[in-house]
Design a binder for this molecule. Structure first.
Ligand SMILES: C[S@@+](CC[C@H](N)C(=O)[O-])C[C@H]1O[C@@H](n2cnc3c(N)ncnc32)[C@H](O)[C@@H]1O
Length: 301
């Protein structure tokens, strides 16, 4: 191991040891740095060293944290070297039961990849997803980006039913009170129709980040979405959320109405830089963009 690599591993090890001995909340552990280190050839040695300095530490063997805390810690730790996966139950038809939400769209995969490469936009935050569909993006974010809370939402009864199934299938619980030290975000599935939702319903989420994938597929839906974004601008008790909207450009007109309406509403937008890692299978040639919206200020680009 090169000296600088050794130094990095030692400080990571210390960080795990200190946090574990102090029984700190699991999301506060440097999981992201660990994931990077585990990609190196000496990854398995580091994993063993972490075990020795945490659950097998002499102090912990005698006066360790609760069994539940140790179990949650271990289950997070053992997931790391193998990498995480998302399991989905979804339809094979593009439209079924009168909705496009029972199948995963390319923009959802693209947004998930971007999120995995940019976890800071989600870590320790409350995320509200609009039009979640089958739930792929949110599940990937819940597994890889350590949000504090994640609200999946959609308007369609069957989509919501499938979403709940997929959340459970991936090991998350839908209990109202997920223990803080469980290391898992508090996950909720909410019925939220953009044509009916009120300011107070939106305000109750107090989202730090709002995301949506492939929700600009017709003019009517686009206008409804912009209505929700305008409501979000006004109803926050704290800072307005950061918003990321991903969509596939299917024709020259895709996105044009959205941008016109954003400009009209004084919502600033910018295209985010594309990510580099490709993790999911989707049409390589489809043009997909992610817009970052700032819900305050009037400087449309
Ligand atoms: C094309 S699907 C995209 C699903 C998922 N985000 C993805 O990319 O795989 C559009 C989703 O938006 C939801 N949707 C459409 N209109 C809506 C509205 N007015 N309120 C809430 N959700 C809506 C649909 O039910 C559907 O799940």
């Amino acid at each position: 191991m090169a000296p600088e690599d050794h130094e990095g591993a030692t400080s990571l090890l210390q960080s795990f040891e200190r946090r574990f001995l102090a029984a700190r909340a699991l999301p506060s552990f440097p999981w992201q740095s660990l994931e990077e280190k585990l990609r190196e050839p000496s990854g398995s040695e580091l994993l063993l060293a972490i075990l020795q300095k945490t659950v097998k530490h002499p102090v912990c063997v005698q006066h360790g944290p609760s069994l539940k805390y140790s179990r949650c810690f271990l289950s997070k730790l053992i997931k790391k070297p193998s990498g995480d996966s998302v399991t989905l139950s979804e339809s094979t038809a593009i439209v079924s039961h009168g909705t496009t939400g029972l199948v995963t769209w390319d923009a959802a995969l693209y947004l998930a990849e971007w999120a995995i490469e940019n976890p800071a936009a989600f870590t320790d935050r409350t995320i509200l997803e609009l039009g979640s569909g089958a739930g792929l993006t949110g599940l990937a974010i819940c597994k890889a980006c350590y949000p504090r809370a994640y609200v999946f939402s959609d308007c369609h009864a069957q989509v919501l039913e499938q979403l709940r199934r997929n959340v459970l299938l991936n090991g998350f619980s839908l209990e109202l009170h997920t223990p803080i030290d469980s290391g898992s975000p508090k996950v909720t599935v909410a019925q939220l129709d953009w044509d009916e939702v009120t300011s107070s319903q939106l305000s109750a989420f107090q989202a730090d980040t709002v995301i949506a994938a492939d929700v600009l597929y017709c003019g009517e839906v686009t206008l409804s979405l912009v209505r929700v974004l305008k409501m979000l601008t006004d109803c926050q008790r704290k800072k307005a959320p950061d918003v990321y909207v991903a969509y596939t450009i299917r024709s020259q007109d895709t996105g044009k109405l959205f941008i016109t309406e954003l400009d009209r509403a004084g919502i600033h937008w910018e295209e985010v830089a594309p990510h580099t890692g490709k993790l999911f299978p989707y049409e390589e040639h489809s043009a997909i963009v992610i817009l970052k919206l700032t819900l305050t200020g009037r400087h449309g680009v």
